[in-house]
Design a protein around this ligand. Structure first.
Ligand SMILES: Nc1nc2c(ncn2[C@@H]2O[C@H](COP(=O)(O)OP(=O)(O)O)[C@@H](O)[C@H]2O)c(=O)[nH]1
Ligand SMILES: [Mg+2]
Length: 317
């Protein structure tokens, strides 16, 4: 897939956020002159997009400094200034480069509360790895719900990858253990482990996930190599509390933010980057196999603030 298409999907996924921002910002960005008053409207627009108080303050500080230094004149300068500052904040969440060569099998545990998009994300990831010529194994270890196992199997079929599944009500950690042994024996490249998002209680869920993590480490020293938390971008700031709890219990190594296509408050990504300082690995921008984009600070800032002509009334876009 070309870079253009990759960028296009991210852009399409951020349409709601971009349009909401634009309704407020275009009047500012199209001005020949910017003054202190216009920065107030900028502040409001960023807060309403869930960019967060601290990130917004940083943008305003930068813009004010440049206004004083007279390096900020027209609205287009302001757009570039906002874009660059958001990009700098987002850089803090840019993942480090992957180690080379990757351990084999490379083991990922995906965790998060129910409905955030774990299984969907694993299906999309499995597909990407397979497209890259690798042999991933999808592990359906959400044994709490029978439907969850079936859903993971369907995603594995869709992605064209192998799957190991547990029995409903079975021991999820044991499923992961068996899957790892199979993957080692068959020299598979990646083991992608789906997990439950709900058990009888939250404490019980955390215990089970921590147990699975220990069992995986026993099966393969050094594994899991990654533990990523999936957060639903449409639930806004709730994600921050979830992230803290999961991080304390499991030691997260990254985040995946899903459903950016379903919110006008995609600025939450900036807020999360600024607050959590965990690498953002991927963004989910739709329900299809291809709707998972690696996180890129520059591309994200551009997709958020790029000018987009407002469609005419009655147009079917
Ligand atoms: N629009 C949209 N929907 C998504 C995205 N990721 C997941 N979903 C949907 O969210 C719902 C829950 O996803 P699922 O993978 O079952 O969540 P899980 O409970 O965490 O495993 C499903 O209907 C998915 O199609 C995304 O990036 N965009
Ligand atoms: Mg699931």
């Amino acid at each position: 897939m070309s870079e253009r298409t990759l960028f296009g999907r991210l852009r399409a996924g951020l349409r709601k956020t971009r349009q909401a921002l634009q309704e407020r910002l275009e009047a500012i960005f199209s001005r020949p002159r910017v003054d202190a008053n216009t920065l107030e409207a900028l502040e409001e627009a960023l807060i309403l997009a869930d960019v967060g108080v601290r990130a917004t303050a940083r943008v305003l500080q930068e813009a004010t400094a440049r206004l004083r230094a007279k390096t900020l004149q027209g609205g287009e300068d302001l757009r570039q200034c906002v874009m660059a500052t958001l990009r700098d904040i987002l850089e803090a969440a840019t993942p480090p480069p992957a180690t080379d060569p990757l351990p084999r099998p490379w083991v990922l545990m995906l965790v998060g509360v129910n409905g955030v998009g774990k299984t969907t994300t694993l299906g999309k990831l499995a597909y990407q790895y397979r497209q890259a010529g690798e042999r991933p194994l999808l592990v359906a270890a959400d044994t709490f719900r029978a439907a969850a196992i079936e859903q993971a199997v369907i995603w594995a079929e869709r992605a064209g990858v192998e799957v190991v599944k547990g029995q409903p009500g079975g021991d999820a950690a044991a499923v992961a253990f068996d899957a790892l042994q199979a993957a080692c024996a068959r020299h598979l490249d990646r083991v992608l482990i789906d997990t439950a998002g709900r058990l009888h209680t939250k404490a019980h869920l955390m215990q089970e996930l921590a147990k699975m993590r220990r069992v995986i480490a026993r099966a393969l020293p050094g594994a899991p190599h990654e533990v990523w938390l999936v957060l639903d971008a449409t639930t806004g700031q709730n994600g921050l509390v979830q992230a803290q709890q999961f991080h304390e219990q499991l030691g997260l190594t990254g985040l995946v933010l899903t459903k950016l296509d379903g919110t006008a408050k995609g600025g939450i990504v900036v807020h999360i980057a600024e607050q959590l300082r965990l690498p953002i690995r991927y963004l989910g921008v739709g329900e299809g196999l291809d709707d998972l984009r690696p996180f890129d600070a520059q591309a994200f800032a551009e997709a958020l603030l790029e000018y987009e002509p407002i469609p005419e009334r009655g147009s079917t876009r």
